[in-house]
Design a protein. Structure first.
Length: 277
């Protein structure tokens, strides 16, 4: 049995055993019922749903279309792109964590962001920075990766000329690059920054931040300091003409293990509140 068949079989089994739906797919009434359970039962149910979600993500990724290769002077960039059929759909570019630490466009949270934005009606692209996967080049610790992101945004805009909403999203190192791209491209009018490494990278360039957006961080993050991000957010929230939302996820680590439902719900809520349907 190949890997895809195995994932599909496991997903069917999980669905039969747990009813299963993932947490993000169930109704508010069902969520309230789960929250009312005794702590040990609630933890067990959420763990089962987390497993179902992980299997669903693996199946979804296995069925993805082939990568797109985007030309740039330094060589090709490997990307995954989902085009919304509406000619004026919003667009978003998603940036992955530090390549030097194993980050790729297939990182779980990056793929989760990709799915969330597609389901919210965005034409959505994620890609590998230079030197990762099929993307050509050598890791440049910031400057080259910012150039990669700008190139991918140019490509995205060529196929979405009527879009008036342009967002950028990034996780960890990707959040740092995303915010730099935000500063350099005035057409970007929204952002989602997940676990920005404010203790590891310099975010002082956000003076001022040109756009409203969402910053999310787990308060048990032992890689990117929650306290450093909180200080950054407080500075940004003092600026005028922008609305910076901060969403702490209580108990979550850097990778939001066992907190994927809160992760998804928070981003979906922000998108729904911000984008006019």
């Amino acid at each position: 049995m190949n890997k895809l068949s195995l994932y599909a079989s496991l997903l069917i089994l999980m669905t039969a055993l747990f009813g299963s739906q993932t947490y993000s797919a169930i109704s508010e009434e069902q969520k309230k019922m789960i929250e009312s359970l005794p702590p040990d039962q609630r933890a067990s149910v959420l763990a089962q749903m987390e497993q179902a979600q992980q299997l669903q993500d693996k199946v979804d990724e296995a069925f993805e279309e082939d990568s797109t290769l985007i030309e740039r002077p330094e060589g090709k960039i490997e990307a995954k792109y989902s085009h919304n059929k509406d000619s004026d759909s919003p667009i978003v570019i998603i940036l992955h964590p530090d390549p030097a630490k194993g980050g790729t466009m297939h990182t779980k949270l990056v793929f989760k962001l990709y799915k969330i934005f597609i389901e919210s009606g965005f034409s959505t692209i994620r890609f590998n920075f230079r030197g990762v996967g099929k993307s050509e080049g050598i890791f440049d610790d910031g400057e080259g990766e910012l150039s990669d992101a700008a190139c991918v945004l140019d490509w995205l805009q060529q196929y979405n000329t009527n879009s008036k909403i342009c967002w950028v999203a990034g996780f960890s190192f990707g959040a740092w690059i995303a915010m730099q791209l935000l500063m350099r491209r005035p057409e970007i009018n929204g952002f989602v920054s997940v676990s920005p490494p404010a203790n590891l990278r310099d975010f002082s360039f956000l003076a001022p931040c040109p756009s409203s957006g969402l910053i999310m961080h787990g308060d048990k993050d032992n890689i990117a300091s929650f306290d450093s991000t909180k200080i950054l957010v407080e500075k940004l929230q003092q600026q005028k003409k922008v609305d910076i939302k901060f969403k702490p996820i209580k108990g979550a680590d850097h990778f939001y293990e066992s907190y994927s439902s809160q992760f998804e719900d928070s981003i979906n809520e922000y998108i729904n509140q911000t984008i006019e349907k």
